[in-house]
Write a protein that binds this ligand. Structure first.
Ligand code: FCB
Length: 434
């Protein structure tokens, strides 16, 4: 058995990190989402569900606005060499044309504190949330939002750009275009294909404009978006409508944006979470009952391999900027990470240029319309005291980052591990990968 044990090494200089977004962790932000939540919890539909409104109001989030030094220490304690976090547009420009100097200074301090710890900075400029005044003016369905966003980007480039190593202009723009303007799950809750198309076009132009602006000042900047790149399959492989639906969703979900911006990205930012089986019956996703996270998302590590291989057609370096799971009792996270990394490594061996892996998330945080119940953190956060506590999987991830490798056993005759082994140097087996 010992003989079969292999250390899978990642390339030198591989980026290891954790990801958060401004709204989900900072706390104390007023924007279009906070306004939406306030209205939502008062609605009849919400009241009928008898849910606790406090769980669905972002409010103080993880108080990371005040605790960023502590959070950076936690990130550093995992032996990561990079960290991804966001800047909140609504803080910088709370009213149209009014720049909040104190907030710009705040982010300058956060960036300096990150650099001081020797961490590379990956900074998201827009992660779904907008200043309330932008939403009132029509949000991303309004062309003017592009101009306004670019003014904000210009300011960030000027004031903070020197300390930003990797830029994420937009986080998962297609998801927001779809959920906000077509399916209507997220604010502004529109159900219009026309508005969806408009929002998509405006987001594409926003990215291209931002790319150009950043490169004007920093010709060697590394600029991209993140794209939610899950692995899609038709629910029934022999059923033509399911197959067509898969094609359409994969086109809009993965190809559309990258096709349009391919000349304006320096790398590809990938967010991978799950396999999705598509079916024509609303809500169009066939839920699986086994091997799922606390949010019901199917755990499918092999999918990251397919996605990476697929995205390699764009011929750009790839950075995985989100991958993780809701797992309150931490019984699956360590294995989840290792198995996904096994397939990332396999893609690298097959020639895919993957440069980094960022785990979502450093902390338990506010999971959008699902509120505080899903626990995505390597560190748990006490909702009353904000005390952070490392989960066991944090130790496992820390060891991976430290050694730039995972341990893997090739013996197929060895029975799969049937219980999660939290031991830091735990190996897992090829037979356990399905
Ligand atoms: C991604 C989002 C991120 C987080 C994870 C779980 O799609 O970008 O903010 O909510 O899902």
């Amino acid at each position: 058995m010992e003989n079969n044990q292999k250390k899978l090494k990642f390339p030198n200089g591989f980026l290891w990190g954790t990801s958060t977004s401004a709204y989900q962790v900072e706390g104390g932000i007023t924007n279009d989402w906070s306004e939406w939540e306030a209205k939502r919890v008062k609605s009849k539909k919400f009241k009928n569900k008898k849910l606790n409104p406090n769980d669905y109001i972002c409010g103080k989030a993880c108080d990371s606005y005040n605790r960023y030094e502590e959070d950076l220490d936690l990130a550093k304690s995992l032996n990561t060499n990079a960290v991804r976090f966001g800047i909140e547009w609504a803080r910088i420009e709370p009213k149209k044309g009014v720049w909040d100097v104190a907030e710009i200074k705040h982010y300058a301090q956060v960036l300096a504190a990150t650099k001081k710890r020797g961490l590379k900075t990956v900074v998201t400029l827009w992660h779904w949330t907008n200043p309330a005044w932008i939403a009132k003016a029509g949000g991303w369905a309004n062309k003017e939002t592009v101009t306004r966003y670019l003014r904000y980007v210009d300011l960030i480039v000027n004031e903070l750009g020197g300390n930003i190593d990797y830029w994420v202009t937009l986080n998962e723009p297609m998801l927001l275009a779809n959920y906000g303007y077509f399916l209507g799950y997220f604010p502004p809750n529109r159900h219009s294909f026309f508005k969806f198309k408009k929002a998509t076009k405006n987001l594409i132009n926003a990215h291209i404009g931002a790319y150009k602006k950043i490169h004007e000042y920093f010709p060697n900047a590394q600029v991209s978006i993140t794209n939610l790149s899950n692995h899609f399959e038709p629910n029934k492989k022999w059923f033509f409508p399911d197959v067509m639906l898969k094609k359409i969703v994969a086109y809009y979900g993965i190809n559309k944006f990258f096709n349009e911006i391919n000349n304006y990205i320096d790398y590809i930012g990938v967010d991978y979470y799950r396999r999705i089986h598509l079916t024509l019956i609303p809500p169009f996703i066939k839920r699986k009952k086994e091997n799922i996270t606390d949010m019901g998302w199917e755990i499918y590590p092999e999918g990251i391999y397919h996605v990476l291989k697929y995205l390699s057609k764009f011929k750009k370096p790839i950075i995985i900027l989100e991958n993780g799971l809701a797992d309150a009792d931490d019984s699956r996270r360590a294995e989840f990470i290792k198995k996904h990394l096994y397939f990332v490594h396999k893609a690298i061996e097959d020639g895919v240029d993957v440069r980094g892996y960022f785990h979502w998330s450093l902390l338990d945080n506010f999971e959008w319309d699902k509120g505080y119940a899903p626990k995505f953190g390597l560190f748990a956060v006490d909702r009353k005291t904000f005390e952070r506590k490392a989960r066991l999987s944090a130790e496992v991830y820390g060891e991976i980052c430290k050694t730039n490798s995972i341990n893997f056993c090739t013996g197929i005759s060895i029975p799969p591990l049937n219980k999660i082994n939290h031991h830091v140097n735990a190996v897992f087996y090829s037979s356990d990968l399905k």
